[in-house]
Design a protein around this ligand. Structure first.
Ligand SMILES: Nc1ncnc2c1ncn2[C@@H]1O[C@H](COP(=O)(O)OP(=O)(O)OP(=O)(O)O)[C@@H](O)[C@H]1O
Ligand SMILES: [Mg+2]
Length: 245
């Protein structure tokens, strides 16, 4: 069974078309990696799946766990088991990281009260839990803060938007292994540019998004290798070939 199905989705944000006749199926317990140039629509895909109201669905359908969620509000989608680590999470003054972690982990009884040990897993001293969320955090610390929150939430379907960008080599190995462990028996989407995290995270399939639609799909490491060697021109070629009558 597919945990996620997207059918012919067209999405507009502030007058800009960000997804264009977009189709994607993710079977249960599979993780798909998404590549694509800057501005191709990767983050827009995640925001649309989360149901952010600005991302207006013009046509098409989204099914999650067999249910049509096209018009479902964000909080309902989260309750159904969606989770995310943002590419650019906000810094929030007055909200402590520790309070967020403890709130998120409330439903996971075995995690309740374990904020300090969870923080330790992502290489944060306990003092980080008393800091305002992401406020004054370095780039790599923001990414680890996101991983900490997803570890506390443990959702069934996890969307990771560039969790590896700006993370140093040692912390990359650390969070890569944590994410891989978390994704065991789960499903999700992993967005990455350089693909370093694929050394640690097992993925089943890759898709390349060009201008708001999937230009081609294939094996993750082969696709990455192709992109690193030749850029994206070959994918654009694929897409134009696909569109020929
Ligand atoms: N609110 C908005 N108003 C206008 N254009 C927008 C808005 N939000 C996104 N876009 C545009 O939609 C396109 C897709 O953006 P998106 O953030 O999905 O790209 P991305 O593939 O995640 O890129 P990156 O690799 O740089 O993170 C971009 O050209 C972006 O400028
Ligand atoms: Mg993005």
């Amino acid at each position: 069974m597919n945990i996620l199905e997207i059918h012919d989705l067209n999405v507009v944000v502030d007058g800009k078309k960000v997804l264009h006749d977009f189709n994607l199926e993710i079977p249960e317990k599979e993780v798909h990696v998404i590549f694509g140039p800057n501005g191709s629509g990767k983050t827009s895909l995640i925001f649309t799946l989360l149901g952010f109201p600005k991302y207006r669905i013009i046509s098409g359908k989204i099914y999650f766990k067999g249910k049509d969620i096209t018009n479902l509000p964000t909080d309902e989608r989260i309750k159904m088991g969606m989770g995310v680590t943002f590419q650019h999470p906000p810094a929030i003054r007055g909200v402590k990281l520790g309070d967020i972690v403890s709130k998120i982990s409330e439903k996971n009884h075995n995690l309740a009260g374990r904020e300090k040990s969870l923080a330790k897993k992502v290489n944060f001293p306990a003092s980080f839990l008393d800091r305002d969320l992401n406020y004054g955090f370095s780039g790599g610390e923001v990414k680890r803060s996101e991983v900490l929150q997803i570890l506390a939430q443990r959702p069934e379907f996890i969307m990771l938007d560039e969790p590896d960008s700006g993370v140093d080599v040692e912390n990359l190995e650390l969070i890569g292994k944590l994410i891989n462990e978390l994704l065991e028996e789960r499903s999700g989407i992993l967005i990455t540019h350089q693909g370093y995290i694929l050394r640690y995270v097992r993925t089943n399939k890759a898709h390349v998004i060009i201008e708001g639609c999937i230009a081609c799909s294939g094996a993750p490491l082969e696709t990455l290798d192709h992109i690193l060697r030749e850029g994206y021109w070959w994918c654009e070629r694929c897409r134009s070939i696909g569109k020929e009558p």
